[in-house]
Design a protein around this ligand. Structure first.
Ligand code: ZN
Ligand code: FE
Length: 271
C-alpha cells in the first residue's frame, strides 16, 4: 500500500486515499490499467489520476447519500463509464446496482472482493464494503460511520442503531484496514484524550498522527486493533470510558447504548 501510484507492476493492487474538499478522502483502488473509486464527492482529483495513468474506471462504490460522498459520481460515470453500486434505500444521483447486507461486490480487475453490511446511524441506509484486496490485509470502506478515534454524527439514526453498526465493524478481523472518508483524526484524538487521559495507546496514536499531519500525510487507513485500543465509541464497556461518560452525563448509565449516547453528545459539544 502506497500513497503514490506505481503502475509499472500491473500485478500489484494499490489502495490510495485521494484528498478532496476540506477533509475528505476519496479512496481509489488501482491495479494495472483498472481503477475503482469509493465515495467520489468531487470528480476532478479522481479524473486527474485516471487521465494521468490512462486508467479504466470499472466501478464506483457509494456508502451513503451525502453530497461530499456522491457529488462527483455523475460526472465521473458520464466521462469514464463504470458501474455505480450504492445503498439500497438511499436517494442517489445515479446508481446501477443497489446493495444491501449479504450482497457481494467482486471487482477482480483490481483484486477487490467485498461484502456489504448495513450500518445505519449516520444515515438511515448507510452501507460498508468489507473484504479483501489482493496482497493486503482485509479492509473496510466505512464512509462516515467509523473514524479514527471517532464516529459519524447521528443525522438519521438512533444511538441503538449506531451502537449495533459499530459492533458489526468491531467484529471484523483485527488487522482490518479501516478506510474512513474524512481526516478527522487529530481533532478526534484530542477529545478521546479527555475521555481517557491515562490511555497510553491514545497518547502513542496522538504522537504518530501529529507527525503524519505535520508531514502532510494521511493518518488513514487506521486498523481495527488501533481503534479497539483508542476509539471511545468502540470502548463503551471499558471501565475508564464508562466512568468518564457517566461523569459527563451526571447520571448513572445502565447500558453500552447509554454510554455511547453520552459520548456522542460530549463529542458534539467538544470544541
Ligand atoms: Zn456523511
Ligand atoms: Fe462525509
Amino acid at each position: 500500500m502506497v500513497n503514490t501510484l506505481h503502475l509499472s507492476d500491473s500485478s500489484i493492487s494499490q489502495l490510495i486515499p485521494v484528498p478532496a474538499l476540506n477533509d475528505n478522502y476519496i479512496w481509489m483502488v488501482c491495479k494495472g490499467q483498472h481503477a475503482v473509486v469509493i465515495d467520489p464527492g468531487v470528480a476532478a482529483p479522481v479524473q486527474a489520476i485516471l487521465d494521468q495513468h490512462s486508467l479504466t474506471l470499472d466501478a464506483i462504490l457509494l456508502t451513503h447519500h451525502h453530497g461530499d460522498h456522491v457529488g462527483g459520481v455523475t460526472a465521473l460515470q458520464q466521462r469514464n463509464g463504470g458501474v455505480v453500486y450504492g445503498p439500497a434505500t438511499e436517494t442517489l444521483p445515479v446508481c446501477d446496482i443497489r446493495v444491501t447486507e449479504g450482497d457481494t461486490v467482486s471487482l477482480p480487475n483490481v483484486g477487490l472482493h467485498l461484502q456489504v453490511i448495513d450500518i445505519p446511524g449516520h444515515t438511515a441506509g448507510h452501507v460498508a464494503y468489507h473484504g479483501t484486496l489482493d496482497g493486503n490485509p482485509p479492509l473496510v470502506f466505512c464512509g462516515d460511520t467509523l473514524f479514527a478515534a471517532g464516529c459519524g454524527r447521528l443525522f438519521e439514526g438512533t444511538p441503538e442503531q449506531m451502537t449495533a453498526s459499530l459492533a458489526k465493524l468491531a467484529a471484523l478481523p483485527l488487522d482490518t484496514l479501516i478506510c474512513c472518508a474524512h481526516e478527522y483524526t487529530l481533532a478526534n484524538l484530542r477529545w478521546a484524550m479527555q475521555v481517557e487521559p491515562d490511555n497510553t495507546a491514545l497518547q502513542k496514536q496522538w504522537l504518530s498522527a501529529s507527525q503524519l499531519r505535520a508531514n502532510h500525510q494521511p493518518t488513514l487507513p487506521t486498523t481495527l486493533t488501533t481503534e479497539l485500543a483508542t476509539n471511545p465509541f468502540l470502548r463503551t464497556t471499558a471501565a475508564p470510558v464508562v466512568a468518564a461518560a457517566t461523569a459527563y452525563a451526571a447520571r448513572p448509565l445502565d447500558s453500552s447504548v447509554a454510554v455511547f449516547a453520552s459520548l456522542r453528545e460530549w463529542k458534539n459539544n467538544f470544541k
